[in-house]
Design a protein around this ligand. Structure first.
Ligand code: FE2
Length: 379
């Protein structure tokens, strides 16, 4: 039975635990933590979930969706604080209760995300945010300004992940250089001649700066005890580097060979949720579902579409019969929490944070009906 001091009891729900689903049960919350859960009818006075799913709030490690709110059109910048607040609202209503906001560190496009880091702090301090926000520093290793920008941000207490990126044309995500051309043409309408100049500059940057920058960034991350992610691993050499740099997560490996090497080394493999929903990668690399079939998909990330995270997790069992609902939900809750050392959340278990979502599914589209953060309704 539930403790009489429970502030909230949610009943008549399908409860998604880390290892199984209770088809008809309840969850009780006390002091912002999960107090108890059980099977059967909840006591009178509980909130009726009408048979909907109750699951842990989703944990998002890599989203750049803030950019869509901050720079809604090329050259148009929205007020950064207002951008953070509207972005946060979209995350919460997508079921995401913990998010690592990806900020670009190192760029030759004149864009710096320093203002956004400040806006996230300001929004948090003013109590404007529904989700719990941390930072993910996406370090573009070959860029001449990456170290300066990294040093500016790394001392902040909310930095929770740093990724080692190299988007130099002709390798990793853009091993097929034509895909990178397509990407930039779509983004800013650059001409081929302009792209030739930019690509030559990027290749030169990599030759001159990449090795030294990488060493310094890895050293700093280890010194600050910030988990590291590799990004777009493609070759056996990339895997060896990831192991050497002691990364805990590998984001978007592009080949099955790289994924296998990373998996065997015990590195968590993160793939894009949009890739699951769309049935493939926008860059033409391996499909997340193929990795899932091989038992090598550990974590999903919404990447550029917040609502894809929940959709992909719920669709995964339909694509891969060996993955049940509890396992699929783990890829967006417990697994990402563990990968970055957040031990207080990510599953419905006594003592964990009461970050919970209620999800109704109709016509194969999940709708987030309610969101609780530490037991408080935030959406
Ligand atoms: Fe990438």
């Amino acid at each position: 039975m539930t403790s009489p001091r429970s502030e909230t009891v949610i009943g008549n729900a399908r409860i998604v635990l880390a290892d199984r689903v209770i088809e008809h049960g309840w969850v009780a919350v006390t002091g912002g933590r999960i107090a108890e859960f059980g099977e059967g009818d909840a006591p009178a006075g509980s909130e009726d979930a009408a048979g909907d799913l109750i699951m842990p709030g989703l944990i998002e490690l890599h989203t750049d969706h803030l950019e869509a709110h901050y720079q809604p059109r090329p050259k148009v910048f929205w007020d950064p604080l207002a951008a953070v607040v509207s972005y946060d609202a979209q995350l919460a209503t997508s079921g995401i209760t913990t998010v690592l906001d990806s900020l670009r560190v190192g760029s030759d496009e004149g864009v710096t995300d320093g203002r956004l880091a400040e806006a996230i702090t300001a929004a948090r301090e003013a109590g404007l945010l529904r989700s719990d926000h941390f930072l993910h520093l996406r370090c573009e290793i070959p860029m001449p300004n990456v170290l300066d920008q990294m040093h500016e941000l790394i001392g902040r207490p909310d930095v929770r992940l740093m990724s080692l990126m190299d988007h130099t044309p002709g390798q990793r995500q853009f091993r097929d250089e034509g895909k990178l051309r397509e990407y930039y043409r779509g983004k800013g309408g650059s001409s081929d001649a302009e792209l030739d100049v930019m690509f030559a500059r990027r290749t030169a940057y990599q030759k001159v700066h990449a090795a030294d920058n990488l060493r310094e960034i890895v050293t700093q991350a280890h010194a600050h005890e910030i988990p590291l992610a590799s990004h777009d691993d493609t070759t056996g050499e990339n895997v060896i580097d990831a192991i050497r740099d002691r990364v805990s997560v590998a984001e978007f490996p592009t080949t099955i060979e790289a994924a296998r090497g990373l998996h065997e080394a015990g590195i968590g493999i993160l793939m894009g949720a949009p890739n699951v929903v769309r049935g493939g990668s926008h860059s033409g690399n391996i499909a997340a579902v193929d990795l899932a079939r091989e038992g090598m998909l550990d974590i999903l990330s919404s990447d550029y579409i917040p609502s894809s995270l929940l959709m992909a997790a719920l669709q995964l069992p339909g694509h891969v019969p060996a993955i049940d609902l509890a396992s699929a939900v783990r890829t967006v809750t417990k697994a990402p929490a563990e990968a970055i050392g957040l031990a207080d959340r990510g599953e419905i278990a006594a003592g964990k944070r009461a970050d919970l979502i209620r999800v109704h599914v109709a016509r194969d589209v999940p709708v987030v009906r309610s969101v609780w953060r530490e037991g408080e309704r935030v959406a």
